[in-house]
Design a protein around this ligand. Structure first.
Ligand code: 5AD
Ligand code: SF4
Ligand code: FES
Length: 329
């Protein structure tokens, strides 16, 4: 599939049915029927950055800010492990309170619960990533958000496009399983932009790829912008599967937020991972990267049961084990 094939398929509404079916078949062939469940713990909503799309941006004073303690994080990870969730994803804003020493201590403590650990805590130096790897972190998520350098500079005024890709390169060199991804429906994003995003997913040889619709947050500069479209997002998930074959692809919470059955639809056109929130209920609604996020009033136990039923309803199986990258032996 080349650049023109991809833009043609993104543009043509009649390609959707074929594309989604082909991606479902490719997922079955390369990943099987297993759906991997990862428990997300959103451990701090404090962020020093001001990404234009994100509700947690530093300048948004409407957010009630919180940090979990190491004890709260470990308790959530242990509870997840007791629900047979064998990966926890520790996600936060870019919060300098959590120094690498603190994060390393948290990683070591969480690993004792017998789970794989994925970190999603933004841009760091190579040395910092190395220390986190040494502490036992298995995976790292860092979406590049868009392959268009000008759009990136507009959306992320305090990040550098070049540094973001350096981070991804360092993470890979250090032996992390690396995840990245984009939002679909960003203002100024064209079919050509998305085609370049997709080709980058393939060229970066990513272990995990998260794709979700952009959802405007009213308390951000992009508040008045239209949201991403579900059908286009599903097509991007499908093309991601066709281009990367065995990468882990989550049915994102953002998909479930714009469409009641969004996650189910994603799992039927290429996705093979679902990531319920397993953090403490009392902070859920404060992690408001976008509005109307699902599950903000549902406990970890409830969401764990809910995803099990969701998996069953699709005739699929809940994966056993850690669910490491299918690209590693
Ligand atoms: N809509 C959808 N996704 C968003 N993210 C941040 N803000 C929004 C939004 N308004 C995504 C980014 C980020 C991930 C954690 O959440 O892609 O990398
Ligand atoms: Fe901070 Fe991440 Fe939101 Fe940007 S996307 S403002 S870095 S939490
Ligand atoms: Fe949270 Fe369904 S996953 S209620």
């Amino acid at each position: 599939m080349n650049f023109n094939d991809i833009t043609d398929m993104l543009r043509d509404p009649d390609s959707e049915a074929w594309l989604l079916k082909k991606a479902d078949e490719t997922r079955r062939e390369y990943c099987g029927e297993d759906i991997h469940v990862r428990g997300i713990i959103e451990f701090s909503n404090i962020c020093k950055k001001n990404c234009l799309y994100c509700g947690l941006r530093a300048k948004n004073s409407e957010v009630r800010r919180y940090r979990l303690t190491e004890e709260e994080i470990v308790a959530a990870a242990e509870a997840a492990a007791s629900m047979d969730i064998r990966t926890v994803v520790l996600q936060s804003g870019e919060d300098d309170y959590f120094t690498v020493d603190k994060l390393a201590s948290i990683v070591r403590a969480v690993k004792k619960a017998g789970v794989a650990v994925t970190l999603s805590a933004g841009e760091k130096t190579r040395e910092e990533y190395a220390a986190l790897k040494a502490a036992g972190a298995d995976r790292y998520l860092l979406r590049f958000e868009t392959s268009d350098p000008d759009l990136f500079a507009m959306l992320k005024p305090d990040s550098s496009f070049e540094n973001r890709f350096n981070c991804l390169k360092w993470l890979k060199e250090l032996g992390f399983q690396v995840g990245s991804g984009i939002m679909v429906g960003l203002p100024g994003q064209s079919y050509e932009t998305i085609a370049r995003d997709l080709l980058l997913f393939r060229d970066l040889d990513l272990d995990m790829i998260g794709v979700g619709p952009f959802i405007p947050h009213p308390d951000t500069p992009l508040g008045p912008t239209p949201r991403g479209n579900i059908d286009l997002t599903l097509k991007v998930v499908a093309l991601t599967r066709l281009l990367t074959l065995n990468a882990h692809i989550p049915a994102t919470t953002a998909m479930g937020t714009i469409d009641r059955l969004g996650r189910q639809k994603a799992l039927q056109c290429g996705a093979n991972v679902i990531m319920p929130n397993v953090g403490p209920l009392k902070y859920r609604k404060d992690y408001s990267i976008y509005p109307d996020k699902i599950c903000v009033n549902d406990s970890a136990e409830h969401c764990s049961g809910c995803v099990s039923r969701l998996i069953e309803s699709l005739g699929r199986k809940r994966a056993k084990g850690f669910g490491h990258s299918l690209k590693k032996s």
